[in-house]
Design a protein around this ligand. Structure first.
Ligand SMILES: Nc1ncnc2c1ncn2[C@@H]1O[C@H](COP(=O)(O)OP(=O)(O)OP(=O)(O)O)[C@@H](O)[C@H]1O
Ligand SMILES: [Mg+2]
Length: 239
């Protein structure tokens, strides 16, 4: 079943079409990759899907409902959560409190504080941050702040999680750990749409990959198809 169906989504900033007539479908249970050169429009597309930006035109359907133009908090409550390329943790709050905030927001304050605390602890363990649960989020390494955002987003119990560059700046061991985390997220039942520049990782974790260039979708296919696509090699991957 299609979880997300995007038709002709476009975002103009003045004369610049940052995202131009992009069609996109994500099925339940998939891990779909979004790649493309710097400035291709990847993060802008996430901002459109999550309601941070309103599209200039086009439509977004999520779980068979038109969510085009809804506010970020409404979209999150419908089951679509995200992380941020430039991390946006609550720096003065502990790692645990960051995840608690997600859990409490996610179920509209229905959970008891005790339940929410348990859930936060479970998710911190899931992303490998139990050891820094009590540390202020701003004191975490950038890689750990990215993981914290994953935990906070998962705390809202999303059907679809948008991850914007989890692996930038990580060493090979950390990249492997991040790949394991994405696999674990899918396994526990959350569909994933992920932006990533680390090609080795994206090629091995994704079922399908979409390529953006100057705001347009220039290719879509299996990792194998993308890796051997002439257009993609020319504009993005190089020889
Ligand atoms: N709020 C904005 N106002 C004006 N232009 C913007 C805005 N946000 C993004 N852009 C422009 O839109 C284009 C796409 O940017 P975007 O951040 O979506 O690219 P990206 O594919 O995520 O790149 P990167 O890989 O570097 O993160 C860029 O030219 C950028 O400068
Ligand atoms: Mg980006």
């Amino acid at each position: 079943m299609s979880l997300l169906e995007v038709e002709g989504i476009t975002k103009n900033f003045g004369g610049l079409a940052a995202v131009s007539h992009v069609d996109l479908r994500v099925d339940e249970g998939e891990v779909v990759g979004l790649i493309g050169p710097n400035g291709a429009g990847k993060t802008t597309l996430f901002n459109l899907l999550s309601g941070a930006l309103k599209p200039s035109s086009g439509a977004i359907r999520f779980r068979d409902e038109n969510i085009t133009g809804l506010k970020p908090h409404q979209i999150c409550h419908k089951g679509l959560a995200r992380t941020f390329q430039s991390v946006k943790v609550f720096g003065g709050m502990t790692a645990s409190q960051n995840v608690l905030a997600g859990a409490i927001f996610g179920d509209r304050g229905q959970m008891s504080p005790k339940q929410a605390g348990k859930e936060a602890a479970r998710l911190l363990e899931f992303v490998g941050l139990s050891a820094v649960a009590a540390a202020p989020a701003r004191d975490l390494t950038l890689a750990n702040q990215k993981r914290l955002e994953v935990a906070r987003a998962l705390a809202t119990k999303p059907n679809l999680l948008l991850i914007d560059e989890l692996m930038a700046g990580l060493n090979p061991t950390e990249v492997a750990q991040a790949m394991d985390l994405v696999a674990a997220i899918r396994k526990q039942g959350t569909t994933v749409l992920i932006i990533e520049h680390v090609m080795k990782a994206i090629m091995s974790i994704c079922d399908r990959i979409l390529v953006l260039h100057h705001g347009e979708k220039i290719a879509e296919g299996t990792p194998q198809e993308i890796a051997t696509s002439r257009t993609v090699v020319e504009v993005y991957l190089g020889e």
